[in-house]
Unconditional design. Structure first.
Length: 139
């Protein structure tokens, strides 16, 4: 086998937005729960990001609770992270999870699994390592 540069890591930002009925304390707890689940995956690091900033597109008067995480990961771990987030929010009082990687962003919400899977697949295709054959790799 030839050596492949797998040392390259990327930094992904996850921003959780709570529902109208949620509060910041509840969302902080949910953010910590998601962090623990992400750390079970093959990622380099997951840090909580403390910020009083209002997310893009939200009005300060909306008083939306926000939690944020910074995930350092190898490109190969991207699918497992996105799949975890997509399934994690299904039964949680989280309105959306915004995912930012480089200049691209993706917004996941507790919606149709098929729709979310298509969105995740398109995002992954845009960030797939080049010349990585998918042939013969089934589960």
């Amino acid at each position: 086998m030839t050596g492949v540069a797998v040392d390259r890591t990327e930094r992904m930002r996850l921003v959780l937005t709570g529902g109208r009925d949620g509060d910041q304390e509840e969302l902080d707890e949910l953010t910590l729960q998601l962090r623990e689940r992400l750390l079970e995956l093959d990622v380099e690091d997951v840090e909580t990001v403390r910020s009083g900033d209002v997310p893009d597109g939200a009005k300060p008067a909306d008083a939306i609770a926000v939690g944020a995480l910074a995930v350092t990961l190898a490109p190969l771990a991207l699918r497992s992270v996105l799949d975890l987030v997509r399934t994690w929010i299904e039964n949680r009082p989280v309105r959306t999870v915004s995912v930012t990687l480089g200049d691209d962003s993706l917004e996941l919400e507790a919606a149709s699994s098929a729709d979310q899977r298509r969105i995740v697949d398109a995002f992954l295709a845009a960030h797939a390592p080049e010349a990585e054959p998918a042939d013969g790799q089934g589960e």
